[in-house]
Design a protein around this ligand. Structure first.
Ligand code: ZN
Ligand code: ZN
Length: 298
């Protein structure tokens, strides 16, 4: 069962199949083995005979039957042989991401950096597929986000806080670019004024993103879009802060952004960093996009 949807643009053709029909295609050991076997050489198409050998099915007719079921949805035939489609690679990724580590936990352990509120030690932990960074002393600061369980065993324990942080940055990068981290649907952002400025950096607004397709949401400090702008990142880098490797929780504290609302309708947040006699200023607009960036001597 499939339907062709009108996207409003005649040049964009989307052929949609129901999720029930698509997932039913995967309900077979041989078919999942075909996806795995193609994943062994992700950059190379595999000839029919080689693929059948990899999967280990001697009956060519039976193998062909299952391979055809996957065609056009999870597997594509090219002149050189068979390869995974985008959806096929996503299935392969989901098989890796959820394997072995579905119930992974890491007990709280101390990490580099200090609580941005009280200066006490920061603890990292992992449970229920969620990474948590908390203050060991005060209860005023906590940072939580989803981290894929299948990635946990790819790092040593001391590497994990950095990995958590890079993952969060990676997810936020995608969100800022407008892609949902769950379903790759379109995400839109919004700047929201807060009654009380946040306790860490006194920022009077936060940004909120929502996927129009699956409803996933993300929330961050209002200074985050500015921190992801290349002009701001370059400015901070020149002044000794590396937004790729410095813990994000320490950055808001040590780089000390100054943020104030400069417009109510439409809402705008001006974010300023002063370092070494220089200033960079970025304006976050009502859609959580950075519209203006100015750099000048302080
Ligand atoms: Zn604290
Ligand atoms: Zn989504």
């Amino acid at each position: 069962m499939s339907e062709t949807s009108e996207t409003g643009d005649a040049a964009i053709a989307v052929d949609r199949q129901s999720p029930e029909a698509v997932f039913a295609l995967l309900g077979d050991d041989i078919r999942l083995s075909i996806v795995s076997a193609l994943g062994e050489t992700p950059d190379e198409a595999v000839a029919f005979g080689d693929l059948r050998e990899r999967v280990g099915v001697s009956d060519s007719g039976q193998f062909n039957y299952h391979l055809r079921k996957l065609r056009d949805t999870f597997v594509r035939k090219t002149d050189a042989g068979y390869e995974l489609t985008y959806a096929g690679r996503q299935v392969l990724g989901a098989m890796h991401a959820g394997t072995y580590t579905a119930n992974a936990t890491v007990d709280p352990f101390p990490v580099e950096g200090a609580c941005p509120l009280c200066g006490a030690e920061v603890l990292a932990a992992y449970a229920d597929e969620t990474a948590t960074l908390t203050c060991s002393d005060c209860d005023g600061w906590e940072n939580t986000f989803t981290f894929p369980p299948g990635s946990l065993d790819q790092f040593d324990r001391e590497e994990l806080p950095g990995a958590f942080d890079r993952w969060m940055g990676h997810v936020f990068d995608g969100v800022v670019a407008g892609f949902c981290y769950t379903c790759t649907g379109r995400m839109t952002g919004e700047l929201v004024a807060d009654d009380e400025p946040d306790r860490v950096a006194g920022v009077p607004a936060h940004v909120r993103y929502e996927c129009g397709r699956c409803g996933s949401t993300a929330r961050a400090s209002g200074v985050m879009p500015a921190l992801f702008h290349p002009a701001v990142q370059g400015f901070l880098y020149e002044h000794g802060f590396d937004t790729r490797t410095d813990p994000s929780w320490s950055l808001v504290d040590t780089a000390r952004p100054d943020a104030e609302l400069v417009g109510e309708d439409p809402l705008r947040l001006r974010v300023r960093f002063d370092q070494g006699g220089e200033t960079v200023e970025a304006t976050v607009d009502a859609t959580a996009s950075v519209t203006e960036v100015q750099r000048r001597p302080a």
